[in-house]
Design a protein around this ligand. Structure first.
Ligand code: TXA
Ligand code: MG
Length: 333
């Protein structure tokens, strides 16, 4: 793919930074990534330092050609090959046995590695020009919502990282699927849904980070996506309206600014309450996913409390709810 001159120049510059052992922020179709040469231990360590990321939380390795999977993984089971054919390039990360050439810092010492081929043309071109697989977590401070816009990266890192700007389409991170178990397991739900995967390879399980006490994916045990405001997730609309009305005094007396996010449409006859502002999280699930981190970051700065209406945990709704539950201080069902 060809880009404008300015972007071409920035992509080339980014590739040089990666080759030189540096770190760059770049758009993918899911969220922005903070990437470094996956073979370069020192460069990868910089990512952990910048993010304040715990050492035991492994990174995803990004490639620009399907056959490069063998640079990253030791073996690729038949079902993984089917999924690669169907969903790559795209928002599906596969956990596979690790190739010894990938340093331990990338995988946090695990014998497995997470790998994906992103669909964003800018991401693909940077990887290609760098000539190496790129290890890249989401471009946020550890524990904060992922960045979907360059402004978010500037908020987190100031002028410390080189940013290539580009549009993010999906808004939540890739589906992470562990292919090393007898029954493949979704460790993190995303835009490639359980339903889509099962249509291709049969039954898969979904990791429940609340119920399954020993996390298989180290990243699952940490608090995630915490916005600056207190987030309350309420699973049904009737309860949500009651909750807001019942706590009316709290918002009024304490002067706490509240942002309320209804899914699809606002309720009719919603009583106006001072300090309480009403928004729509999205007209449909895709739009909600795309808005989610922007809302968490930008509205989180402006309000003291954010109240979200939950959605059905189906399709990409499962991915949205996974992020909201992790971000929530309180869940009301
Ligand atoms: O969409 C995405 O996946 C974005 C873009 C930049 O590609 N990246 C991203 O990376 O979300 P990160 O580091 O924020 O999330 C990676 C997740 C973490 O939950 C981590 O624990 C898990 O993948 N992971 C990485 N390697 C793993 C492994 N070997 N086994 C199990 N889980 C792994
Ligand atoms: Mg992340």
């Amino acid at each position: 793919m060809r880009f404008g001159k300015e972007i071409e120049r920035k992509i080339a510059e980014a590739a040089e930074i990666i080759k030189g052992g540096g770190v760059v922020a770049f758009p993918t179709e899911t969220v922005y990534g903070l990437g470094a040469n996956a073979y370069d231990e020192k460069a990868v360590k910089k990512i952990f330092e910048l993010k304040g990321r715990p050492q035991d939380n492994p990174l995803i390795v990004h490639i620009s050609k399907k056959q490069d999977i063998y640079l990253v993984a030791r073996e690729v089971p038949h079902n993984a090959k089917i999924l690669i054919r169907e969903f790559w390039p795209g928002p599906l990360t596969l956990v596979l046995p690790k190739n010894p050439s990938i340093p331990d810092v990338v995988t946090a010492g695990l014998d497995t590695v997470a790998v994906r081929m992103p669909a964003h043309p800018i991401a693909l071109k940077i990887i290609k020009l760098s000539g190496v697989p790129i290890a890249a977590p989401s471009a946020n401070i550890s524990g904060k919502p992922s960045a979907t816009q360059p402004e978010h990266i500037k908020k987190y890192f100031g002028e410390k990282v080189f940013i290539i700007e580009g549009k993010v389409k999906i808004g939540i991170e890739s589906t992470v699927l562990d292919m090393t178990e007898d029954i493949p397991k979704i460790l993190r739900p995303g835009a490639i849904t359980k339903e889509m995967i099962e249509r291709k390879i049969g039954k898969v399980e979904v990791f429940d980070y609340i119920k399954d006490s020993i996390p298989k994916s180290p990243g699952l045990k940490y608090r995630h996506y915490a916005p600056d405001a207190d987030l309350i997730l309420i699973l049904n609309r009737k309860k949500m309206i009651e909750f807001i009305a019942q706590n009316k005094e709290l918002w009024e007396l304490k002067g706490r600014k509240v942002a309320v996010f209804f899914f699809q449409k606002k309720p009719v006859n919603f009583e106006h309450i001072p300090n309480v502002h009403i928004f729509i999280s999205g007209k449909n699930l895709r739009e909600f996913a795309k808005n989610l981190f922007k809302i968490l970051i930008e509205k989180g700065e402006k309000y003291d409390v954010m109240i979200f209406e939950g959605v059905e945990e189906k399709g990409i709704g499962l991915g949205i709810m996974n992020r909201l539950k992790k971000a929530a201080k309180i869940i009301v069902d």
